[in-house]
Design a binder for this molecule. Structure first.
Ligand code: ASP
Ligand code: MG
Length: 417
């Protein structure tokens, strides 16, 4: 198995000389291309960007719930579908969107071509279902752009170094878009979605949550890792590593959304905290009887996405997404660990780049939780994040109370341009 730990610099990427100002990558998520009317609207938006003088690369997701339906279909055939065949199956959703959008663009009088990930030159490692991009060979895209053609690339997929079709993991079209933006030296990568941008908390839980005008890469990484679903975590890593400016915005309006960029002074001074995120889909494992090095090597080999890790003298505690539970359990049994899982915990995280220079955020977080009578089970921190695993049933009110305590309903205004 040729897995790699990180997404490398696209080898023939950064072809900036060939990319004049005005190369843009525009990615549209599943709800943005949910039906034929919406696809036609996306086609119009792409044409408008072309007519404004841009070289336009679009990355589309599968229509609506297509990917879920295809996965479901596979499971109705087989209890554990063959990984290669599953990738062959689920990669078609994105091809459908791209082919249809290309037809609509041609009807609007413009040139368009749809490409699979493979045709677009997206080369990955060989891990089915969670492949990582190792290279972007953008020659074909460049020559199409040189002819004024709008290029539609099927998101979420590539071709492996062994010439198999691979997929990049759920939400992977974001990663396709960022990799292409890095590979062709685009000015920006626009992520069009069904929300207006990145919010200070999930507006379904906190009605007073506000859209942030800008967040740093590091903040966005922490937010994506701790439950904000608007961007796939790996796409943010890739954007940071290649300095790709991201603009998360609504498909259904022309309003500015949230810019994800390098930190600037203004962002730091104005707000300590930029958001409260949460997840209900994480399992916390307690493990004894195996050395950490062995444990985490085995988990990595099985592509389990380990998040929080806490080690005390005899016990190792770590968390991983619920979706990885089957793999994690197999690994833990396989290496003969004594282990237990907590399936009743969620995680609340307070994130903000300004935390680095302002003491007292942890104290305030614990105070707010204790006033609610909530005792965190596991606490983990980074320079810009405090995360607490607490009972799932307490997550909503913890998010609400923290949002209020840190006065996040005013932060977005302060951070505005
Ligand atoms: N269609 C894929 C998914 O549902 C990839 C994506 O939309 O980004 O996960
Ligand atoms: Mg997504």
């Amino acid at each position: 198995m040729a897995a790699i730990d990180f997404e490398s610099v696209p080898a023939v990427g950064r072809d900036t000389e060939r990319a004049p100002v005005g190369t843009v990558v525009m990615k549209f998520g599943g709800t943005s291309v949910g039906d034929t009317e919406k696809l036609k609207a996306v086609a119009q938006r792409l044409v408008a960007a072309r007519e404004a003088g841009n070289r336009v690369v679009a990355v589309l997701s599968a229509m609506g719930h297509t990917t879920d339906e295809l996965i479901d279909l596979a499971h109705r055939i087989s209890p554990s579908p063959d990984p290669r065949e599953l990738d062959m199956l689920i990669s078609v959703g994105e091809r459908i969107s791209c082919a249809l959008a290309a037809m609509a663009i041609k009807d609007l009088g413009h040139e368009a071509i749809s490409l699979t990930g493979s045709q677009a030159g997206i080369v990955t490692d060989t891990v089915h279902g969670k492949a990582k991009i190792v290279e972007v060979r953008a020659k074909r895209i460049h020559s199409a752009l040189d002819h004024g053609t709008i290029v539609l690339v099927a998101g979420f997929q590539g071709v492996s170094t062994e010439l198999e079709v691979t997929t990049l993991g759920r939400g992977g079209s974001d990663t396709t878009a960022v990799a292409l933006a890095a590979g062709i030296g685009a000015d920006a990568c626009e992520i069009y979605t069904d929300v207006e941008g990145v919010f200070t908390a999930d507006p379904r839980i906190v009605p007073a949550a506000r859209k942030l005008a800008a967040v740093t890469y590091d903040e966005m990484l922490e937010m994506a890792a701790s439950g904000a679903k608007v961007l796939m975590l790996r796409s943010v890593e890739l954007a940071r590593n290649h300095n790709v400016k991201l603009h998360v915005r609504s498909t259904f309006s022309t309003e500015e959304g949230t810019w994800v960029t390098e930190e600037d002074e203004r962002m730091l001074e104005k707000a300590m905290i930029s958001g409260v995120t949460h997840t209900l889909e994480e399992t916390v494992y307690r493990v004894e009887g195996v050395p950490a090095a062995r444990l985490f090597a085995a988990l990595a080999e099985a592509s389990v996405n380990v998040d929080t890790i806490v080690q005390t003298s005899s016990e190792i505690v770590f968390s991983a997404p619920d979706a990885d539970h089957e793999d994690a359990a197999r690994v833990l049994d396989g290496i003969g660990a004594q282990w237990s899982g907590r399936y009743d915990l969620g995680k609340v995280s307070v994130v903000g780049a300004g935390m680095k220079s302002h003491p007292g955020i942890a104290a305030k977080t614990f105070l707010v939780l204790s006033e609610l009578g909530i005792e965190p089970d596991v606490v983990s921190t980074s320079p810009i994040k405090i995360a607490c695993h607490i009972p799932r049933g307490d997550v909503e009110r913890a998010v609400q109370a923290l949002h209020e305590a840190f006065e996040l309903d005013t932060v977005a205004l302060e951070r505005g341009q």
